[in-house]
Write a protein that binds this ligand. Structure first.
Ligand code: FES
Length: 246
């Protein structure tokens, strides 16, 4: 049980009516451990919030309070950060967080159709969770993987060149607990497990699976075939130009 109890009522969108928490004395110690990695404790807020999500499945009121206490911040400051970034969730997330990119390039390549197909198949809307708690679905902004458009993410791992059909197959495999591996990353575990890694507690699987894929390496391969290389920067000339402009 948590040693912390929330007493503040307003926190920018965090559900204050849900005071449940799985934060334990061990969690508190781990947040202290994260804080000790930084010259200033407050710098540990982002990973500490990931740890809160790994145990509570969301940013909980108790999580805000314990972060504020350990990192010497106000609850308003913690809440302000937690409600600014979309990676921090104000409602409980299911076992798997499934995101579909619907920004320009992915949308052009079919991202909107992928999202619509998943919404219909799962019977949920954006930012909602299936009744069995397996899948939370959200649309996401550009994930800087446009060369693999349209992309999806499951627990922050990439899935490339998705179609409505492959997206439905993917979520069905997740719900059935079948092994699922990212084409450019690790085998999928759970969102909470991934959150623990983001908090700074590696699970030893960082090198699992391939990293850069063909689409990312294409330019490099073409350059090598043609013997192209980047021009050597003329630092002295650049400095002179900057000085002249001042
Ligand atoms: S637009 Fe989807 S990854 Fe860039």
């Amino acid at each position: 049980m948590s040693a912390f109890q929330s007493h503040f009522e307003v926190s920018g969108g965090v559900d204050m009516t849900d005071t449940s928490t799985n934060i334990t004395a061990e969690t508190v110690e781990e947040i202290r451990e994260i804080a000790a990695r930084y010259p200033q404790a407050r710098s540990a807020l982002l990973p500490a919030l990931h740890l809160v999500q790994s145990v509570d499945g969301r940013i909980s009121p108790a999580g805000i309070e314990v972060c504020a206490d350990i990192l010497e911040l106000s609850t308003a400051e913690v809440s302000g950060v937690a409600t600014f970034y979309t990676m921090y969730k104000r409602k409980p997330v299911g076992k798997h967080l499934v995101g579909v990119c619907t920004t320009a390039l992915c949308a052009i390549m079919g991202g909107d159709h992928v999202l619509a197909a998943l919404q219909e198949h799962l019977g949920i809307g954006n930012d909602e969770t299936t009744a069995d708690g397996q899948i939370t679905l959200e649309h996401i902004e550009c994930n800087a993987a446009c060369d693999y458009a349209p992309v999806m993410m499951v627990n922050w791992e990439f899935f490339d060149y998705m179609t409505p059909h492959s997206a439905i197959e993917l979520v069905d495999a997740l719900v059935a607990d079948n092994p699922v591996a990212s084409p450019r990353g690790a085998e999928i575990t759970s969102w909470r497990a991934a959150e623990r890694v983001l908090a700074g507690f590696p699970d030893g699987r960082a090198d699992e699976g391939p990293t850069a894929g063909d689409a990312s390496l294409l330019g490099l391969r073409i350059a090598r075939e043609h013997g192209w290389s980047a021009p050597v920067p003329n630092v002295a000339a650049d400095n002179q130009t900057e000085e002249a402009a001042q």
